[in-house]
Design a protein. Structure first.
Length: 204
């Protein structure tokens, strides 16, 4: 997909990043998925990739943790695949709502993901939602290698099991940037539920 870059007046960002970064400078973006309860800051701890598994944006220890990326990803959202983690909380918070994408009609109706950074709004379109194993995606694949990235995309589009929703009409190539939202799957500690979206436009 050729990413449309709109540049007129600087885009208005509805997120107060200065206030968030005053609470915690690890905040670098904000994710919103219209039609779901997902509406959270994204954080990255420079040295401890597991920190936000059990710490909130305020730095309080808590089972819900925060929505975060690891330092295998840059914080400019320019990587081929940015993996964003969040817990599947029973109260419906964090990334629990991702599990709604198991339902095809929900999947079809709620395809947009917005990621705000201090200077841009990135629009993504969800193209895949499926159960995966618990391998570490960023350590398992070198997405900067186009042949590896192509094989990875081919795998996604070949998934055919009943619990998966894949939009086989959606074109995603190695020139595209994707995000992978990853959450736990109930009590199955060896599984992850992934929702993946491709960048379609950037407003700056």
């Amino acid at each position: 997909i050729p990413v449309e870059r709109k540049e007129k007046d600087p885009v208005e960002i509805p997120i107060d990043f200065a206030a968030l970064q005053a609470i915690n400078p690890d905040v670098y973006a904000w994710i919103t998925i219209p039609g779901t309860a997902v509406d959270y800051p994204i954080l990255q701890n420079a040295s401890d990739n597991s920190y936000y598994l059990n710490h909130t944006i305020e730095g309080t220890e808590s089972a819900e943790g925060a929505i975060f990326t690891e330092n295998y990803n840059h914080t400019d959202m320019e990587d081929e695949n940015t993996v964003i983690y969040g817990h599947d909380m029973k109260n419906g918070s964090m990334f629990q709502n991702l599990l709604k994408y198991q339902d095809r009609s929900f999947f079809d109706a709620n395809r947009e993901v917005l990621i705000y950074t201090p200077d841009a709004i990135r629009h993504y379109k969800i193209f895949a939602a499926y159960l995966y194993d618990d391998r570490h995606i960023m350590q398992s694949f070198d997405f900067t290698d186009q042949s590896v990235y192509q094989q990875y995309l081919d795998y996604i589009f070949s998934i055919r099991d009943m619990n998966s929703c894949i939009d086989t009409e959606q074109e995603v190539t190695v020139n595209d940037k994707i995000i992978t939202l990853s959450t736990c799957y109930g009590t199955q500690s060896d599984k992850r539920y992934l929702v993946q979206a491709v960048l379609v436009s950037i407003e700056k």
